[in-house]
Design a protein around this ligand. Structure first.
Ligand SMILES: C[S@@+](CC[C@H](N)C(=O)[O-])C[C@H]1O[C@@H](n2cnc3c(N)ncnc32)[C@H](O)[C@@H]1O
Length: 281
């Protein structure tokens, strides 16, 4: 299979999963109209003041975070491969009257073709595992950043990704190993209210996605090297002992603010990675 075929499989799988995810979220337009935001304090801190900035949100899914970023004063563009996600994002932007531009595309094609340049590129929560070529990703981001512009990444930590079945060591840590899975699952149902701040609804029950998906294992050095090799300067690198909004395993402990951490008695692990990389002035 070519890289393009793998991404197409993921598009089809994400289309169905996005419907299931949104089925659990009560009236999102009303939530935003009432001033709601789906962002966590950790990314807001790394993003800094967004007023008057142009911002590209890569792999924006159904646009909830993109609209929340617009609310902070940025002129936002969201790009995602999923037709369902982009249709939903456009509808939500229209229903809430929060201005945003959404484009459906494979980010590799989009980053290579666009002539636009941005002050900020934002990538977050469950994005990198879908990328088959991290070096091309780094080059694409460097290409679309303005001089002095910054990439802000808030991602689940690669260490978190090596476990399955309640903390059994299962997957490679690094190197881009290709993993084939049955289909993108319904992680919103697992996390409940935390990923449905507008209110949780039962929605789709026992979701079973028949469309296969492809993920890739990237370690911290793979991520940082992709950015350094593309000429970006590393400004901030953080590890967090909790994961925002994602209860991956049933025994995880919930902390205030929608954070989840390891069960009682387990040594602390890095569960999120925060990073800022800048294009030289
Ligand atoms: C876990 S979601 C990211 C959620 C996102 N952080 C948000 O704000 O909601 C991963 C997203 O990556 C998208 N995706 C996967 N591969 C892609 C590709 N090659 N190009 C563009 N989007 C892709 C999927 O469609 C999905 O919406």
């Amino acid at each position: 299979m070519t890289q393009h075929d793998l991404h197409e499989d993921n598009r089809v799988s994400w289309n169905l999963a996005t419907e299931a995810h949104n089925s659990h979220k009560h009236d999102q337009a009303a939530f935003f109209r009432a001033g709601g935001s789906t962002l966590f304090p950790d990314e807001i801190e790394l993003l800094g003041d967004l007023r008057g900035k142009s911002l590209l949100h890569l792999q924006c899914n159904a646009g909830q975070d993109t609209l929340s970023l617009a609310r902070l004063g940025a002129a936002v563009t969201g790009v995602d491969i999923s037709d369902t996600a982009i249709a939903f994002a456009r509808q939500l932007s229209s229903d809430t009257e929060i201005p945003a531009s959404f484009e459906r595309a494979d980010i590799f094609d989009w980053l290579a073709a666009t002539e636009r340049h941005f002050d900020v590129v934002f990538v977050s929560y469950g994005a990198l595992v879908w990328l088959s070529d991290l070096q091309a990703w780094g080059r694409g981001i460097a290409r679309v950043l303005k001089s002095g512009g910054r990439l802000v990444l808030m991602e689940f930590h690669p260490v978190y990704g090596i476990f399955e079945n309640d903390w059994e060591l299962t997957y490679d840590y690094m190197g881009g190993t290709h993993l084939r899975f049955g289909g993108v699952g319904d992680y919103v149902a697992l996390s409940g209210d935390v990923l449905a701040p507008s209110g949780y609804e039962q929605g789709v029950v026992e979701f079973n996605n028949p469309h296969p998906s492809h993920e890739f294992c990237w370690g911290v050095a793979d991520i940082v090297s992709a950015l350094l090799d593309a000429g970006l300067l590393l400004r901030v690198l953080r590890e967090y002992p909790y994961s925002n909004g994602f209860k991956r395993f049933a025994d995880m402990r919930e902390l205030p603010g929608g954070r989840f951490t390891v069960p009682e008695g387990m040594p602390q692990l890095p569960l999120m990675l925060g990073l800022v990389a800048q294009k030289a002035e």
